[in-house]
Design a protein around this ligand. Sequence first.
Ligand SMILES: *[C@@H]1O[C@H](CO)[C@@H](O)[C@H](O)[C@H]1NC(C)=O
Ligand SMILES: *[C@@H]1O[C@H](CO)[C@@H](O)[C@H](O)[C@H]1NC(C)=O
Ligand SMILES: *[C@@H]1O[C@H](CO)[C@@H](O)[C@H](O)[C@H]1NC(C)=O
Length: 420
Amino acid sequence: MHFLLLIVLCFCQTAFSQNATTQDDVAPANFDSPAVFQVTQPVDHSEGPMWDGRKNLLYFVDIHTGRVLSYNYDTKKVNFITLKGEVSSVIPAKKNENILVLGLDRSLVAVEWDGESEIKNQRTLTTVSQQFPQSRLNDGKADKQGRLWVGTMGYQNPLTRALAPNQGALYKVVKDTFISPKVEIAPVNISNGITWNKANDKMYYIDTPSRKVMEYTYDNEKGDISSPRVAVDVEKFASVAGFPDGMTVDQDDNLWIALYGGGSVIKANPVTGQLLQVVPIPARDVTSVMWGGPNLDILFVTTSRRSLTEDERKTSNAAGSVFAVTNLRTKGIPTHFVDIVDNARRANILAEILLNTSELFAPPASNDITSGQVQSTETSQSQSQNAVQAQDQNSQQRRNTERQEPPFWSAMINTIRNFF
Ligand SMILES: *[C@@H]1O[C@H](CO)[C@@H](O)[C@H](O)[C@H]1NC(C)=O
Ligand SMILES: *[C@@H]1O[C@H](CO)[C@@H](O)[C@H](O)[C@H]1NC(C)=O
Ligand SMILES: *[C@@H]1O[C@H](CO)[C@@H](O)[C@H](O)[C@H]1NC(C)=O
């Protein structure tokens, strides 16, 4: 009897309430599932997202056009500056929000830019990896103490994607000795994502072709890494494709990893190595991730269209854009900024004095072409290939001398440092 009544009721509903019946075909709205928004126009290869909550700006780069862009969360406007070379990471200074430290080819440069108007000053701080002139800087991040960790990659043929192997390294750049960054991990192939857990006693690091995230024990006081182990092996996740690229951490110490070639961002637990979530992104080549927004609960995701064919670009016309993902039920921890330079102009003079002084104490060079201007990109470009090579050898020697740091030399540095 009841059963019959129910059937009649159902029939009535279908017959007299068309709207409701149509709605039955639609999956119930789940306002807790991730939502993906395109927030910028596409560029060639967006990378290196960096949130600065002091200004509500998301910085990112378009590597091969030399552009550093800023997305203003409040006005939704994008501004950019263009530098001469390939730009990789962009990290604002702790003590001056208008100073950005950038990777430009193999050099670290400090630029003075408010994120909106003209670039004011631009100074080269140091140049790394002299022995691999075709390599370039890639991802970088500041640790809690403001040290900069930044890596390089070997030359990659833009057409064949073939990579010169074992030409990369991960460097640590510290305020007092920023002119000679210390090699922390070498060799690597494509130095990429770097992040730390909330307690700052673990560092996570990606060498992209390995498809793994390595974990290091981290000494936050000294900035030393030790005891590497594989934390996440993307090879083991049958449901996802692609190579781990940029990476960040959330407040629960889980990792969020961009999958280049995998059209997604994944969430993984570095303690168990488990895959926790896959967030599809409407672009195949997902390059990096960063938490931002006033509450740090928006995951900004950069992507590339660089390796897509003409046809693929048509069907994937948002590729190259920055996306924002919401409703991820977690959030980031505050961004660390670099504490290496406070002032773009003065930083350069200090670097120059240090370089000039170190030359005074370096052993005699094997030939005359030294000039002490390795740190200037413009100068090395204008010199002949031979001169550049000779210079590389000399600077290698100089580097070796610097590493030994005789007491007199240390005293000299300290004296100079006191002036600044
Ligand atoms: C429901 O149906 C009525 C009458 O057919 C129509 O006017 C109305 O727009 C519909 N509402 C929705 C939400 O589709
Ligand atoms: C870099 O790639 C080459 C070629 O695939 C490989 O033989 C080598 O082991 C890799 N180096 C590292 C440090 O993983
Ligand atoms: C460093 O040396 C170069 C070349 O000798 C010179 O032009 C420059 O003025 C020196 N810089 C400083 C700060 O002394």
